[in-house]
Write a protein of this length. Structure first.
Length: 212
């Protein structure tokens, strides 16, 4: 089973829905260790993305859809989330440019490029209590699933499960990047909002693939 633009559109629509559903949760997480605007900013960004879905040409590829998400988030989302997620989606789109259908290797390439985009933009590493702590294990799990011969839906499911575990694992960490780093040990016990939103979005990607 390969993934096409219909999958990308389902992922985008599902992302907007899950961000709206978890908006208050993300605001609360960010209020505890950041500016408190993560949920609001992402909700505004994905609401804008939804409005642009109808502008996608009928021959749009998955990469075209993700590039639209990138440019829209960069232009509408404030704070750190806009540049970070915008870069993630932009790099992901570049990794699959021109491909009408995505096999397992393309899915891993997409996720890897997104992770690398976040690292490039945020200068963070695993253990810094950032969204990298969700993306990095997601990429590792996806690569392992590909090597095991699993299909695209299973690869994305493995990535999402690892991202969810990674987000939970940020709770005992001391933040070393971003506004939360100013809190020192007071950040311990709080989940990173970017890692949590990353896990939510990756779970939607997996659900969209499972329903293909």
């Amino acid at each position: 089973m390969t993934l096409n633009t219909d999958w990308a559109v389902r992922w985008i629509k599902g992302s907007a829905a899950v961000v709206s559903e978890h908006r208050v949760e993300l605001i609360t997480l960010d209020r505890e260790i950041g500016d408190g605007d993560h949920g609001e900013n992402l909700d505004r960004g994905f609401s804008a993305v939804l409005l642009k879905l109808d502008d996608l040409p009928t021959d749009a590829t998955p990469g075209d859809a993700l590039k639209m998400v990138a440019t829209t988030l960069i232009s509408t989302v404030g704070g750190a989330a806009g540049p970070l997620y915008g870069t993630a989606y932009l790099k992901a789109a570049g990794a699959i440019a021109g491909q009408a259908e995505l096999d397992g290797a393309a899915v891993v390439a997409l996720l890897t490029a997104a992770r690398d985009g976040v690292v490039l933009r945020g200068k963070a590493a695993p253990g810094d209590k950032t969204m990298v702590d969700a993306w990095s294990p997601a990429v590792d799990a996806a690569a392992e699933a590909l090597a095991a011969g699993l299909d695209e839906a299973a690869i994305l499911d493995a990535a999402a499960t690892a991202a969810e575990a990674g987000a939970r694992a940020t709770e005992p960490l001391v933040a070393r990047k971003g506004r939360a780093s100013y809190l020192g040990e007071r950040a311990i016990g709080h989940r990173d909002p970017g890692a949590q939103s990353s896990a939510l979005l990756l779970r939607v990607a997996a659900d969209a693939a499972a329903g293909a």
